[in-house]
Design a protein around this ligand. Sequence first.
Ligand SMILES: NC(=O)c1ccc[n+]([C@@H]2O[C@H](COP(=O)([O-])OP(=O)(O)OC[C@H]3O[C@@H](n4cnc5c(N)ncnc54)[C@H](OP(=O)(O)O)[C@@H]3O)[C@@H](O)[C@H]2O)c1
Length: 351
Amino acid sequence: MNNRRIVLASRPTGLPVPENFRVEEAPIPEPGEGQVLLENQVFAIDPAVRGMLDDVKSYLPSVPLGGLIPTMVLGRVVKSRNPGFREGDYGRAFIGWETHSVIAPGAVGFENVRVAADLPLTAYMGACGWSGITAYVGLKRFGEMRSGDEVLMSAAAGAVGSVGGQIARLSGCRVVGTVGSEDKARIVTGTLGMHGAINYRACDSLDAEIARHFPDGIDLYFDNVGGITLDTVLPRMKPFGRIPVCGMIANYNHQTDPYRLRNIWQVLVNRITMRGFLAYEALDMLHEAENALADWVRTGQLIATENVATGLDAAPGAFIRLMAGETTGKTLVRLDETVSTLAGWTPPGHG
Ligand SMILES: NC(=O)c1ccc[n+]([C@@H]2O[C@H](COP(=O)([O-])OP(=O)(O)OC[C@H]3O[C@@H](n4cnc5c(N)ncnc54)[C@H](OP(=O)(O)O)[C@@H]3O)[C@@H](O)[C@H]2O)c1
């Protein structure tokens, strides 16, 4: 058996197309001292990867032409030369779209994940994985969330936003989400229990909608999108409001010509604390976040949502749908149909 992997065939212009990707085969690599070999089970499909496909500076290196498409993977350990992993354990790390991965200590997010039998495997790549962890540390540490905060969550039906909005609600905040469709608005206020939703594509004035939902202003804006949404939010922040900057997906498909903010002066007017963060740099909160998220999901207090494609070859299509705004919840690829998902799963005791 070979390692099948997807590499960058050409750099996308705007929204990626299938021709930007190519499947290659190579021998399955052998782990060296301290390394493990994973048979991958699930890939996370992440917007930040779009930035790495351009030849511009990002917080992770740009992918060279012919290079493996990077992603977070969860795989079963099939060979270990690392005392922290045994065969049959589940390893998670930032590697790429491939069927088998050798992981070395020091890889981003490298962790022996304690997979519980009562949660589907895909949950460890969405609400109980890095999307959930990002929302948790972003709100609690970088957003300094307090009970009673008035919170606006952008991309609220997406992987990070859907979890973040629920964490804010569970923490005693009033939370409204911005979304790009009426279906997503219904999910945000219905399934996910947020207090309101703004469909930024359908409203006449985003500013008026924000003012209607937040007549006294916003304490905490969790920014997943940047662009015109961030620009519109800045004047609507309360004095000393907080903006943890998680991502700016509105610019990812055209990074060479990003939206130019007009209202940045409002950071001073409202004395806003605006702070970019990378979740994997808050490792001291990792186990706290993982435990809280798994407990909330297991007890049915937090609804995990996902959309799962099957098979390595499905990865480019899933990524293109994500970058076109067509997905809801965490976008994932499972390598085969035996991998358990949230479909048909209910929290123990809630069936
Ligand atoms: N800092 C970190 O450590 C970290 C970790 C993970 C993710 N992130 C960032 O978090 C953000 C969300 O990631 P995710 O994985 O949860 O993705 P996601 O929300 O599941 O998917 C992306 C969503 O963004 C929205 N979107 C797309 N284009 C947009 C545009 N031009 N303007 C406004 N919204 C747009 C779409 O939702 P609508 O249809 O509702 O617009 C789309 O469904 C991304 O910016 C990502 O880079 C950061």
